[in-house]
Structure formats: C-alpha cells, structure tokens
Design a protein around this ligand. Structure first.
Ligand code: OOG
Length: 253
C-alpha cells in the first residue's frame, strides 16, 4: 500500500482517539489487507510508545460467537495494551475521555515466562502463572462502531481501557459462569464462550503472535476475549463476576 501510508493511517486513528472524533472506516475508501492492518496497528502503538506509554500485554478479540455475531466477523484478532489503558480494580474511568465506550467481561492471564515464539514445542500454559477476572473497555475510533476486520485490527482492536481483579494461581477456568452488570443492563454467559475454553484462547494467541511477530514477555497480561456481547459503558459501577475467580469493578463517571 503506498497511499495513504501505514503511519498516516495510524495518525488518523490516533487523532480520532485524542480528539474523541470518530472517523469513517478506512476500508470505506481504501482497500486494507490484513498485513497492512497489523502494520497500521504497529505504527499506532509506536505513536503511543513515543509519548512514553509502556506495553503491558495483549488482548484477543472476536473469540466468542456472540461477539463475532454482534460485529459480523469470523476471525480472532490481537491488539496491544499499554499502561495508560490500565485502571485499578474499583477505580474511576472518565467517560468524557472516550467516544462511545462499551464494556466486556473477560478472563485475564498473567505471563510469568518469556514465550519463545520460534520454538515449536512452546507450551503457552507453562508460561502463565495466574488468572483473574477482568473488564475490558472498548471504544472504536470508527463512527457508529462500524468496521471491517481489517479496520478494527488497524484501530488496535478498539482497545481503550481495562481493569483486572485479584490474581489467583492458574487453575481450571473452563465452563465458569460469567456475569457482566452495568448500571442499566446485565449480560450473562460462560467462559465456554471464549473459543470453547479460555485456554484455547491462549493457544490461538500463540499462533497469532507467531504469525504477527508480537513478543510476549513475563509480567505482561493477556485478555482472552469477551465471554458475552459488549454492553454500553455508562456512569456508575460496572462489575464482572466469574465463578471461582471473583469480581472486578470500575466506576464510570
Ligand atoms: C473489537 C474488539 C472485540 C472482543 O473481546 O471480542 C473484543 C470491537 O468489537 O470493537 O475485544
């Protein structure tokens, strides 16, 4: 792709986020191949790193059938998390910094080991030491949350903010009840919605990080993808409860 460049598209998306002014989908006017979309995401994350932000982990998107159906897509995608997106358990999130935020209940994993992407025998579970309930706030930089898969990859998979509850040693997280409650609405589901089991999401992550050359380092976290469709994030307390893992909250204001 020669025109517009990856960096130019990254600037457009970053300006939309900073100015809280959503833009039309890139693919409304230009074709965008998946490799180019990840190159735009790299450039966008590079712009954030240039302002001093540090990478804190990765997130998967479209790991649940409900999400795929909600957004009309069918492939798992990966985005990057930074320290500027992290909010404490129970902490406030200023909604006026966001365009049209939505929230999702997720399972978070903590990496304790460097993940060797080039070693075919790498077992990603062995690189994870803890698990926690999490809330992910997504905020598409596209008008009306309308995008194609490649648009949303370029937009760092709509990543905006996240909160993680108390970590527990990695145990069985398959088939656990999940409840997301916002001040107005509730969504219930199961961790089975995450590619059948959250550990399957880790395998999908390894495959996609190998392909996209995204390093995974100790201390980083992995958001394994939503267990239900996303709900609008509004003022007040929003909570995600996962059976066996506990609760995490944030307060929109
Ligand atoms: C893309 C992000 C989706 C998930 O968990 O499926 C996502 C979006 O819907 O804006 O994070």
């Amino acid at each position: 792709m020669t025109n517009p460049s990856h960096l130019e598209l990254a600037h457009r998306l970053d300006t939309a986020r900073n100015g809280r002014s959503p833009i039309p989908g890139i693919t409304d006017t230009h074709p965008l191949a998946i490799d180019d979309a990840y190159a735009v995401q790299d450039a966008l994350v590079g712009l954030r790193k240039a302002t001093g932000e540090r990478l804190t982990g990765v997130k998967l998107g479209f790991t649940s059938k409900a999400k795929m159906a909600q957004m009309g897509v069918s492939e798992v995608i990966v985005g990057r998390l930074t320290d500027a997106m992290r909010i404490g358990d129970g902490a406030e999130l200023d909604l006026s910094d966001l365009i049209h935020p939505r929230v999702e209940p997720e399972v978070a994993f903590r990496l304790s080991e460097y993940v060797d992407l080039d070693d075919p025998t790498t077992e990603i579970e062995a690189c994870v030491d803890a698990v926690a309930p999490a809330l992910e706030v997504i905020d598409s930089r596209y008008q009306d949350f309308r995008f194609t898969v490649t648009d949303v990859v370029a937009d760092n998979t709509s990543a905006a903010a996240y909160a993680v509850g108390a970590w527990r040693p990695l145990g069985d997280v398959a088939n656990k009840a999940v409840r997301l409650r916002t001040p107005q609405r509730e969504a219930v589901g199961s961790t089975a919605a995450i590619l059948g089991a959250p550990l399957a999401a880790l395998h999908a992550l390894l495959a996609i990080c190998r392909k996209r050359r995204i390093p995974l380092a100790p201390g980083q976290i992995v958001l394994a993808g939503a267990a239900t469709a996303a709900l609008p994030l509004t003022a007040g307390v929003t909570a995600c409860h996962i059976a066996g893992l506990g609760i995490v909250t944030l307060k929109g204001r």
